[in-house]
Structure formats: C-alpha cells, structure tokens
Design a protein around this ligand. Structure first.
Ligand code: GDP
Ligand code: MN
Length: 375
C-alpha cells in the first residue's frame, strides 16, 4: 500500500524524524493561512504538475482552489505546510532490494523534482543491525558530501532503515530532504510504500486507504470483496486467470513478449487457489466480453494437489458458464499431482467443456494464445 505524503510524514514524525509543521486541510484555508499547499494523491511528480504551490498570506484560498480545480475535485484534501527556506534538496531513499535480499540506501546529492535526470547516485546495501552499518553508509555518502554532512546523513539513513523494518515498508523515499540554513535536515516530502502482506499487523491510515479504494475500478473492487486482488490492465487482449503473484508476473511478461498483453492480473491474497476459482473465472469472462479481448488464458501449477480435482472444478465452472471466446488452459503438474489421472485425460475432459487447448509448458501455452488472438 502506498501511503499519502501526509500519512507517510505521520509515520516519520512518530519515529522522531523532522518534518515541516503543517496540517491537513479538508475545507478552505483561512485568511491567515500561508505556506506550501500540496495535493494529497498517490502519484508522484506533483511539483512538475503544479500540484505543489507556495502561497503568500491572503493567497492560500485562491491557490487551494486552483490545485483542487486541477485535480477535478473541489473537496480534495490538501496538506498545508510552513514554507521552509531550503539551501539544498537531497534525495534519500531506503528500499528492499528483492534480488539481493537486503535493504538498499539510495542518495542523490542533487535531489528535487528533476532527480530522474540527476547524476551521481550513491548507493549501498545495508544491514541495520550489523556492526559496520554506519561506517558503510558514511563511506558511500562521503563520495557526494562534505564529511560533517555525510556523517549526519549516514545516521539519518540508518534511522530510516530501522523505520523501514519496523513499519514493514518496501520503500521509504524522502525527496526532497531539505537542508536548512541552520544545518537542520527536514523531510519535505515522504513516499512510503508498505508491504501488503503486513496488512494484518499495520493499520491502514484513513486517507491512504480512502484514496486507494477510490482508485479501484468496479471489477477491482468486486475482486477485493471476494478475497483476491485484480488489476485491470486496459488495452490488454488476453483475460488472464492465474493465482500466485510470481506465476502471474511470469505469464504477464510472456504474453507481452508474444505481442498479446494481458488484460488483467490476479493474485489470490488468501492462499489456496481453489477457493476463488469460480469468482476469478466470472471476472475474467466479464473482461473477455470487451471487444479488444480475444482469448481467455488459465494457468496454474500443481505440486501435490491432485490434477483430477482441479480439472473437475474447472470443468464444472465452464459447464455452468461456457466461455464466449477461445479458452486456453495450462497446468504444470508434478508427478504426485498426476497420479491416477494423466494429462491426456485432463485434456479430453476439458475439451468436452469447450477448452481449446491444454498445455503443460507456459511457453507453449503462450504461443497458442498468441495464435488464437491473431485469429
Ligand atoms: P513531488 O513533486 O510530488 O515529489 O512533490 P514534493 O513534495 O517533492 O514537492 C515538489 C517541490 O516543491 C520540491 O522538490 C521542493 O522544491 C518544493 N517544496 C516542497 N516543500 C517545500 C518547502 O517546504 N519549502 C520549499 N522551499 N520548497 C518546498
Ligand atoms: Mn517529492
């Protein structure tokens, strides 16, 4: 879950990180209000889009109205903060590096709205509890900062890494980290992304939860209520039914490479793939009704669960609701799953309910899907 800046700064403040003084405005600013007004949306790049603006005393109501007009929402919550005199804008981020299985620190000495174009990115992996963590950070940051500032940044980065762990974050990005004339470092912006798997032990902040909910499409909202995650992918040509996230990502890439991108992505949030199969099928069929969607693709893997049970469940669902577009299935089953029920039998049983093809290899399946999409 992505937290709004306001919620993210709340987390940082609870952990003792300096943030600008400010408050959330639900209504119009008062006549005495002044400072930086900031749209609270889940996308970045607000500065470049005119959604972060300074206002002098007396101007705040007009500036707030202009930001809300640009958002197309007259009631959009805004963050009103003191305008701080920044002598320098630094980009500092901590993220989970999934490949290296560690926390990585990233720092651009020239941060701010154009950080994508900045050169001289400093980075290193860190283990917050390891004895040399602070020294590693200092050595890395020293390449871009004078010793005194590098030392303070290293301590802040270590603190942020511990916050990342305590708060179950995948990303904690501060851009800009503002340097004030008196030498203080203040987090002027905050982008925090929480690991969704930690939802059971981390309460979702109200504003972030409301924005996330509002951003869902009707189908995505229905999927969530039914206990799984659906991502609508407009423009896709294949209604894709998968269960696990890793397998789903793999198939998403294979389909895109084959020139027939997926129209949706599914992740069974609650484990066992069997429970939501009819619901996932129903949503996929609704997506398949779109004119640009040319085929439905089902893919799953089975290690120890029996193939027969899965095929019977799928066949029953397809008998109840026959597919209206070519339906191609893939099941990669281990030898335990195949016991007493070979793949050829599954192929015949599925063909009887209108399944165009059954493959056990994802590459073969995707090739067949691409051919079906081309017609
Ligand atoms: P983003 O573009 O969505 O990342 O929004 P930011 O919160 O980073 O704001 C964009 C830019 O506004 C920053 O890079 C700063 O240059 C500027 N800004 C934001 N807050 C302050 C502040 O308190 N003082 C000053 N001087 N500039 C600010
Ligand atoms: Mn920013």
């Amino acid at each position: 879950m992505r937290l709004t800046e306001h919620d993210g700064k709340g987390v940082l403040q609870r952990h003792g990180v300096a943030i600008p003084r400010g408050r959330l405005l639900r209504g119009a600013p008062g006549p005495g209000d002044a400072g930086v007004l900031k749209a609270q949306i889940l996308e970045g790049g607000r500065g470049l889009r005119g959604l972060v603006r300074r206002s002098n005393p007396g101007e705040a109501p007009e500036v707030a109205a202009a930001i809300r007009a640009a958002l197309g929402d007259a009631a959009a919550p805004l963050l009103l903060e003191e305008a701080l005199p920044l002598t320098r804008e630094i980009y500092l981020a901590l993220r989970i590096d999934g490949t290296a299985q560690c926390i990585e620190m990233l720092c651009a000495p020239a941060g701010g709205v154009a950080v994508e174009h900045a050169s001289g990115l400093l980075r290193c992996g860190i283990e917050p509890e390891a004895p040399g963590a602070l020294e590693t950070l200092f050595a890395t940051l020293r390449a871009g900062f004078a010793p005194e500032l590098a030392a303070r940044l290293a301590r802040l980065a270590l603190r942020l890494a511990r916050i990342l762990q305590a708060e179950d974050l995948e990303l904690l990005e501060v851009n800009p980290l503002g340097l004030l004339p008196d030498g203080r470092l203040v987090a002027c912006d905050a982008k925090l992304v929480r690991d969704d798997a930690a939802g059971f032990r981390q309460a979702a902040p109200d504003l972030s939860a409301a924005l996330e909910e509002a951003a869902l499409t009707p189908l995505e909202r229905r999927a969530r209520a039914q206990g799984f995650q659906l991502v609508d992918l407009p423009g896709g040509t294949v209604a894709m039914i998968t269960a696990g996230a890793g397998l789903g990502m793999l198939m998403l890439d294979l389909l895109a490479d084959a020139g027939c991108p997926a129209a949706c992505f599914m992740d069974n949030a609650n484990g066992g793939p069997a429970e939501t199969m009819p619901e996932r099928l129903a949503l996929a069929f609704e997506i398949a009704a779109r004119p640009e969607v040319k085929a439905v693709m089902f893919f799953t893997t089975l290690a120890s669960r029996g193939l027969r049970g899965r095929v019977e469940a799928l066949a029953a669902a397809l008998r109840a609701t026959p597919p209206t577009k070519p339906f191609l299935a893939g099941i990669a089953a281990g030898h335990v799953a195949l016991r007493g029920y070979p793949l050829d039998q599954a192929r015949a049983d599925l063909a009887a309910v209108g399944v165009t093809a059954l493959h056990d290899n994802p590459q073969d399946l995707v090739r067949a899907v691409a051919a079906a999409v081309r017609g």
